[in-house]
Design a protein around this ligand. Structure first.
Ligand SMILES: Nc1ncnc2c1ncn2[C@@H]1O[C@H](COP(=O)(O)OP(=O)(O)OC[C@H]2O[C@@H]([n+]3cccc(C(=O)O)c3)[C@H](O)[C@@H]2O)[C@@H](O)[C@H]1O
Ligand SMILES: Nc1ncnc2c1ncn2[C@@H]1O[C@H](COP(=O)(O)OP(=O)(O)OP(=O)(O)O)[C@@H](O)[C@H]1O
Ligand SMILES: NC(=O)CC[C@H](N)C(=O)O
Length: 601
């Protein structure tokens, strides 16, 4: 056996910031060195940030990434970090053509490199490319066909990238064939509710298949609509969890491992196959071997590893929206946000998320009462602002609404829904004006149930820069509010959200006595249909067979289908479910397809 101290660097990168990301690698590598680690591992495409989307198609960006990697290798050695192996994800051009996918040499690849003693000692590319949900990697990358193994202090270490674990065959099968002591997987695996349990199961299964300890390192932080939760972990060859990093936090997880010593010299056929190996997925992979340090180190007393607790599901979801909001605001150069605070649950939750993400001084809440606003709502908004110490102001909209009506009187005036929506539009205009004047980013407050059904006013309450709860159903909005209050109570703090806001029946207050239930089914009924129609893509016959009332199904389907145009104009917001609106669910706006029981002819 041989020992290694490995460090998993779960860090928050920024897309396109090659210098800043190189700086991150340097500073976290120094921390790993300070802990006497022999190997430090960073996430997928750490140097470029992930996902870099169509930046990947720019030759200048690919070249800059490859050059930044070379510079980083030299820099690390100059900084005294030449004797720690640094595994880092980056973007590079394919050195050879890829006949299997009909692409020439020089096309982008999602790469991983090993930096050692001032040089790039090994590099390879992701073999399995995800091309579903939010991923479009066939559009961007040419698959890798080489499995790299490097020997470090007597241990053979193999490299894989994210999706390589999620599909059968490929690098994991080759790892078993070749026989590695440690398999590394660098990831850019976005958060979804419940996904961590799939990952645990997957890591355990692949470690057993490879017959090797598996170290899984994930990114952390928000990038536009994605939130990376970290949750990096190490499992032994039997699938038992040895160490786990906390979720939604930058961290360095250090683990002492006892690993099998590699056979032979570490290079060439003496060690094992280095010619093409059947990858069990219809392809063959070459094996590339390099020796960094052949001999095991003198033994030492291993330190116990930490296995961080996971938050409960609501806590995890809350941390995801806070992280997504904080990183969007920060990485886009904003220092403050503004939102309309109505006294309702949606804006109350968004204000609370913003305060937790940015601190109360950065959160500007604006109450904008109209003729239909109840005193209760105004009081509730003021009480929330007081409890959370937001920068609160009250801007009555009545005079502005009256001026619009007067302006349009000669054109026939505004009635019904048009008059109702005007109030939302006046509020949207006021918030955008404050954004322009003070540099606040406007947060919209719409939830997933509203986004699904088009229950918002275009250029009104849906106008803004970021939508923190756009992938959170109304049912979960209440659950998160209750969870956040309960957490405060458990810590001996005042609950941030006044109870009245949580228990009152939801209303847009755009007309006297109006309730959401006048226009929508009860949210518990609505959310159940939405889950099956949107998240699980059930057709009408399947929805009714699943027990949903046919008239509710027809009503909900119609609302969802007709609101596609509205969703396309909605701001970005964190994806937290398995199917968020947007890239996860791409439907035509102009479409005559209507769900009905087509089997009936
Ligand atoms: N296919 C299409 N492609 C592009 N644009 C299209 C379109 N179809 C309509 N439009 C445009 O969209 C307009 C209709 O959309 P819009 O102006 O938004 O108005 P609309 O959807 O008719 O009404 C807003 C709905 O949201 C509800 N609401 C409003 C505000 C807050 C809340 C809440 O509780 O949070 C709920 C309100 O009660 C009402 O049911 C049309 O007048 C037309 O200009
Ligand atoms: N009186 C108001 N003052 C300030 N903002 C308001 C007011 N009324 C509505 N808004 C803004 O418009 C958004 C849509 O609110 P509306 O009351 O129409 O529906 P909602 O979806 O139930 O939201 P909420 O639960 O926050 O009230 C609110 O979340 C808030 O940001
Ligand atoms: N970056 C990736 O390859 C991610 C794909 C993978 N299925 C995940 O979500 O973890």
């Amino acid at each position: 056996m041989a020992q290694l101290r490995i460090a998993l660097a779960q860090v928050d990168t920024t897309v396109g910031d090659l210098d800043g990301n190189a700086e991150l690698v340097s500073s976290w590598t120094k921390q790993a060195l300070a802990r006497s680690a022999h190997l430090v591992v960073f996430g997928e495409m750490t140097l470029t940030g992930y996902p870099a989307e169509d930046l990947v198609l720019r030759r200048s960006f690919v070249a800059a990434s490859a050059a930044a990697l070379e510079r980083l290798a030299v820099r690390l050695a100059e900084e005294g970090a030449g004797e720690i192996a640094v595994v880092v994800g980056y973007l590079d051009a394919s050195p050879t053509p890829a006949p299997a996918v009909g692409r020439p040499a020089g096309e982008p690849q999602n790469c991983v490199a090993v930096l050692w003693q001032g040089r790039v000692a090994a590099r390879s590319a992701k073999h399995h490319l995800p091309n579903y949900g939010v991923f479009d990697e066939f559009r961007y990358f040419v698959p890798g066909t080489t499995f790299p193994v490097f020997r470090l202090h007597g241990v053979d270490v193999g490299l894989t990238v994210c999706e390589d674990l999620w599909q059968e065959g490929g690098p994991v099968a080759v790892a078993r064939e070749v026989g590695v002591g440690l398999l590394l997987c660098i990831n850019g695996s976005p958060y979804e509710q419940g996904k961590s349990y799939h990952r645990d199961e997957l890591c355990a299964r692949r470690a057993r298949e490879a017959g090797a300890t598996l170290a899984y390192v994930n990114l952390v932080g928000g990038q536009d609509e994605l939130v990376f939760d970290g949750d990096s972990l190490v499992v032994d060859a039997g699938g038992e969890v040895l160490a786990r990093a906390p979720v939604f936090a930058e961290t360095l997880l250090t683990v002492d491992l006892d690993l099998p010593e590699g056979a032979g010299t570490g290079v060439g056929p003496e060690t094992g196959p280095d010619g093409p190996v059947d990858a069990g997925d219809g392809t063959t992979m070459a094996v590339s071997r390099v020796v960094l340090a052949a001999d095991p180190l003198p033994a030492w007393e291993p330190r116990p590893a930490t296995v961080a607790d996971r938050p409960d599901p609501a806590g995890e979801l809350y941390a995801a929206v806070v992280t997504g909001t904080r990183d969007y605001v920060r990485k886009n150069g904003f220092r403050s946000v503004a939102l309309g605070l109505s006294g309702g649950i949606d804006s109350a939750l968004v204000a609370t998320i913003a305060v937790d993400a940015l601190g109360p001084d950065a959160v500007h809440t604006v109450a904008m009462p109209s003729a239909h606003s109840s005193q209760g709502s105004l009081d509730d908004a003021a009480e929330l602002a007081r409890r959370q110490r937001t920068r609160h102001s009250v801007v009555p909209i009545e005079p502005t609404v009256a001026a619009f009506h007067a302006a349009l009187a000669a054109a026939g005036g505004l009635h019904g829904l048009a008059a109702e929506n005007l109030q939302a539009r006046v509020r949207g205009t006021l918030l955008m004006a404050l954004s322009n004047e003070h540099g606040h980013l406007v947060l919209t407050t719409g939830n997933k149930s509203e986004l699904a059904t088009g229950f918002s006013t275009l250029y009104g309450d849906s106008a803004g820069g970021f939508a923190p709860i756009k992938d959170v159903s109304k049912t979960n909005v209440w659950a998160l509010a209750r969870w956040r209050n309960a957490r405060a109570v458990a810590r001996g703090e005042v609950p941030p959200i006044p109870e009245e806001i949580i228990v009152k029946p939801p209303s847009a207050e755009l007309a006297p006595g109006q309730l959401d239930s006048d226009r929508l089914p009860d949210y518990s009924v609505l959310d159940a249909v939405l889950d099956d129609y949107v998240s699980h893509d059930l057709g009408r016959a399947e929805l009714t067979a699943a027990g949903h009332a046919p008239e509710t199904v027809d009503r909900v389907i119609r609302l969802v289908d007709l609101a596609e145009y509205k969703r396309r104009q909605n701001p970005p917001g964190p994806k937290v479910t398995s199917k968020a609106f947007g890239r996860d669910r791409r439907l035509p706006i102009t479409s005559r397809w209507r769900e009905r029981d087509h089997s009936a002819g």
